[in-house]
Design a binder for this molecule. Structure first.
Ligand SMILES: [Zn+2]
Length: 279
């Protein structure tokens, strides 16, 4: 069985140093927490198909030592990005040097991240980072969104983003290494809509929520057709904004919503247009 070392970036120090939050978003989301959640979800997805070790440490030397001592076959360090310009956004995956297995694994993972998360593709890049340079296994470091970008911070806070990111990592790793992972996100049947328990008098008839900004224009078209309001899914809660029917445009199924989504923003637009034509 392949041995895959999963390192959610930053976090607590095993050597007595301070907790390293990583980058912190404009509303206080800590990169270390998002990295850990995605790492745990990835671990649960591929853990039965290979041998995994989930290890978070603020001390970079310890990370490299642990991976090398454990004799990992593959090394994945999960991070979120940050930049001075709040407009910076998108997805990128680093390997140490081009031309080896690290780059090929990075290509496979980056392809799936862009496909499933639907954010801008910043490509695969070389990065002279300690955890890529000093690990013996082919190593990659995906940067799964810019936590410094308010819009991506909001997405990264959501369990749906974290789940989809883990799914993309699982598929990308499996595609290259050959783990035989069976994709789950798009194969999961849509659960029946669960209405919020206490729909008050004031509950509106319909509400449209959209998953990512890429789905917003499709959502607005549906709002016009239904004559109802809408909001980003990351800001919606059944308790604060109850509606008899909540249509979710894009992303994966979510409790309390009717999902209208394909595997890309374009397929989602097609699904919505077809739905409008039939209703
Ligand atoms: Zn980081």
């Amino acid at each position: 069985m392949a041995k895959i070392f999963i390192n959610p970036g930053h976090g607590p120090s095993s050597t007595g140093g301070a907790f390293d939050p990583g980058a912190v978003g404009p509303t206080g989301l800590r990169e270390a927490d998002v990295n850990l959640k995605i790492g745990q979800l990835l671990n649960s997805k591929i853990g039965s198909l290979c041998t995994t070790k989930l290890y978070q440490d603020a001390n970079l030397t310890m990370i490299c030592n642990e991976s090398n001592r454990w004799m990992a076959d593959w090394f994945v360090s999960i991070h979120g990005n940050a930049a001075a310009a709040s407009s910076a956004h998108g997805l990128e995956t680093f390997c140490y040097l081009f031309g080896g297995q690290g780059q090929r694994l990075a290509n496979s993972v980056q392809t799936q991240l862009v496909k499933l998360l639907g954010r801008a593709d910043r490509g695969v890049k070389e990065g002279n980072f300690q955890v890529l340079r000093n690990t013996n296994a082919p190593a990659i470091l995906p940067e799964i969104g810019f936590i410094s970008n308010p819009q991506e911070e909001a997405l990264m806070r959501g369990i749906e983003w974290q789940e989809t990111a883990a799914e993309a990592l699982a598929i990308g790793i499996s595609d290259y290494i050959g783990l035989g992972y069976k994709p789950s996100a798009t194969a999961v049947p849509e659960p029946p809509p669960v209405l919020p328990p206490d729909l008050g008098e004031g509950a509106m008839e319909n509400l449209v929520v959209w998953y990512g900004e890429a789905d917003a224009s499709t959502a607005r078209y549906l709002m016009t057709k239904l004559g109802c309001p809408g909001m980003p899914f990351s800001q919606w809660s059944a308790n604060t904004t109850p509606a008899k029917t909540v249509y979710k445009v894009g992303g994966a199924a979510a409790a309390g919503t009717v999902l209208l989504a394909g595997s890309t923003q374009y397929e989602t637009a097609r699904v919505v247009l077809d739905w409008i034509a039939k209703n």
